[in-house]
Design a binder for this molecule. Sequence first.
Ligand code: MCN
Ligand code: CUN
Length: 787
Amino acid sequence: MSQALDENKIGGLGVSRKRVEDNRFIRGRGNYTDDIVLPGMLHMEILRSPLAHARIKSIDTSRAWEIPGVRLVLTGEMAATRNLAWMPTLSYDTQAVLATDKVRFQGQEVACVVADDPYIAKDACEAIDVEYEPLPVIVNPEQAVAEGAPLIRDDKAGQADNVVYRWEVGDQAGTDAAFEHAAVVSKLRLHYPRSHPSPIECCGSVADFDRATGKLTVYMTTQAPHIIRAAVAMVAELPEHLIRIISPDIGGGFGNKVPVYPGYVCSILCSILLERPVKWIEDKTGNLISTGFARDMYLDGELALRADGKILGVRMHAEADHGAFFADAQPSKFKIGLLHSTFACYNVPAAHLTARGTYTNKAPGGVAYRCSFRVTEAMFFQERMVHQAAKDLGLDPAEFRRRNFVRADAFPYRTPFGFLVDSGQPEACLDVGLKAVGYEDFLRQKEEARRRGRRLGIGISTMTEPLGAGNSREYDILGIKMFDSAELRVHMTGKALLRVGAKSQGQGHETTWAQIVSHELGIPADDVTVEEGDTDTAPFGMGTYASRSTPVAGAAISMVSRKIRAKARKLAAHLLEVSEEDLEWELGRFSVRGVPEHGVTIQECAMAAYGNMPDGMEPGLENHAYYDPPNLTWPFAVYIVTVEVDPETGVWDVLNTVAVDDCGVRINPMIVEGQIMGGLTEAYAMANMQFITFDAEGNCVGSNYMDYLLPTAWETPGFELHSEVVTPSPHHPIGAKGVGECAAVGGPAAFVNAVMDALDDTGVRNIDMPLLPDRVWEALTQHHDVS
Ligand code: MCN
Ligand code: CUN
């Protein structure tokens, strides 16, 4: 008789286990960077530039120094004496820590003050007198490359223009040939506006340099503590063993907390200079105007089409606005991120992509906000182009997609841009989505409503995206390969401590990682403590972004658990006095083959590892695993949105949103659903209301929550989620694929396509996001595209 454990009862794979971290979060007992209070701690505030582009003629700090309680007023000139006025970015560029020569965007860090409390520091910042000489301002790529444009990066030797890079991929000749044979060429010019992740918690750090031990400890809001340690080691020229980066609880990251920011560096430098702990906590405006934003990309896209709807070729040119410093945290090899992951779920014979990045007088960044290294732009452009191509051909957009999908039996499929898409069931997912939304029925309603002057629309977005960077052949940041890690200690009673190189910002890792251990070893999830975010204790990992944690760190957790199981097997053989080959594993227990009642539990094996190991065996039950994934994971998703547009006002309401996500095996279905709902909310926000724009002087419009609109529960529509289709990743140890970003990546196009569909008799091909009522109204009344 089998005594196998029921995985559902111990919180294993596929269980909607309640989030253990929420116990402290919802009681207000989280431990965030601002909760860290150290003896003798001082407070730092940053003075930011009011101008977007200006030469600094002088900085006079004398009035600030006179304010009682001020301990240090730091300028770029002083930082320069320590070689810290500039720092390297994660994309092999340089970024000013504190401006010395010029300011290059509004909100740039110019000086900082350390004082006994943050209010004194803030007041003292206002007492710093900076004399600026304004320069002409550049706020978009077109201006950046125009004749006679002022040179933004005159600090860089050999930089003669405002171009950061030119990049291309694909087959130009083959694509040109495809266009020659096209019956129809469908063209679209699109802009994905700048937006911001805007986590509830802004960025911050508490730097604590101890002169006596020489050790620097920094508590900070980072999604990637080990990358920060490497960066600090390089910039501050401190050895790594004397640097400890601790990322405590994080109040949302969304990619905003990957880059290295001047505030972090300044707090470290100030702590070293003052030999006191220094805390810096950014305010909301500082966060919105100076830290890693998202998107800001223009596209010229063309599809070569056969009359029956077959896509023959894709041509794309992208212009990316990187702001004043190229600071993207992304794989070094790919200058415009993974934009070339576009069209991966469609069978496209030929494709060519060119891209240009430009410097502008705006904050640096671009890779953030559930973007998977710009897959968000890739899928938005793709699905807008696909929608328009179907309309140009007079085909049904669902049918057009179906005709072009890579078929389920055609995987692994190599895209013309070189990605190997290894699995997926596009058609099956689309079927589920169309049925759920009642597609045919809605099309009839739409026609009927149109006759009565009402405008209904339906928008589809289907996509697969590469998640889980990544295999070390292709993916690195600053030369460090993008593997990840886990370390597992099973104590003698069978309880365990799991340490992981990723770092949750709210995704629920403490809950889900324990479930993987539980699935592999049969140790109840409640018996596994998960720790992340401390470089002195966690194994080296590249952190959490690009939905890589499950694909990479999650795989490492499986692998380390299997190493533990292999040793437990030896212990079980010893305890049961049989050879290892005679043992059978069932969840949580080894038994003698053919004699199931004769067995030992994993907990008994653990005890033996400390009290009764065979001769010659090393005691203990601990191990670690570093995991270098063979490929990315390829989740597939279908998002379908129905809307009604009010022709009088341009206001549109979402009637229904259906999401079909196939992210392979789900570790915790409830958490996955939370991730999808969050992503859909962001998708809706970007389509409907959310963007940061700049006036001609480079003033940021979107520096506060009056101008930058976050949807509340009131505006956010309801979502219907589906999980019927499950295609396990063929290489991930438990078949899981990443999911954290999917809905934010694929969602926006579904909302926009729905509104465009409601306008499909007006001749309007595009309205740029966000589809604000006035833009929609203009398109409706003037019958032209609106950007
Ligand atoms: N999961 C699962 N089964 C799967 C895939 C994932 O149960 N097949 C679970 C994971 O165990 C994890 C969560 O879903 O608890 C997300 O997993 P994954 O897709 O691996 O993504 P990451 O953990 O790497 O999270 C990063 C991703 C990114 S890049 C952004 S941006 C984002 C996002 O997650 N930021 C977030 N979701 C967020 N959610 C919250 N609450 N806060 C953020 O800052
Ligand atoms: Cu690009 S936002 Mo997430 O990868 O941290």
